[in-house]
Design a protein around this ligand. Sequence first.
Ligand code: FE2
Length: 167
Amino acid sequence: MSSHLATLPASDLNTVAVAGLAGGVPGLIADLRSDHAGETGAVAIYLGILAVSRDPQVRHFAREHLTTERAHLAQLGALLPPGQRSALLPLWRVAGWFTGFLPALIGARAVYATIEAVETFVDHHYEEQIRKLPAHGPGGALRNCLMAWRWLVGSGSALAVKAARRV
Ligand SMILES: [Fe+2]
């Protein structure tokens, strides 16, 4: 992570900073809405895994990632007022839960393959957004957040993100 990109710490990112940025970054609110929906789904994925898996390694993996995804969700929640969040959050929760639950029924390899696929998707999703953001000021801070998250587990599918940008 190159620290020169941002002049503001991530803790100074809030709904006011985002509102100020939104005018200059096309699609920013839609992007954040899809991010928030994705992190909501990510939390649900790990809850779905933990609901069924009895494999100690898988459970340890899921518990650690659940903590990370809950932190991401809280950070995005601080950027996006409830009125701007996806109206389909209950659907993303259910979809995410089954995305974790079903492979966990099969076993550890299915769980890890699923998470890998989700991570690859999220990586591309955040990469597209990072390119749009300015390097300095609140945009730089947001950019740094997204760059960090890019490397961590999120959730979503192309369809879910498309829909969440709109609904
Ligand atoms: Fe995440």
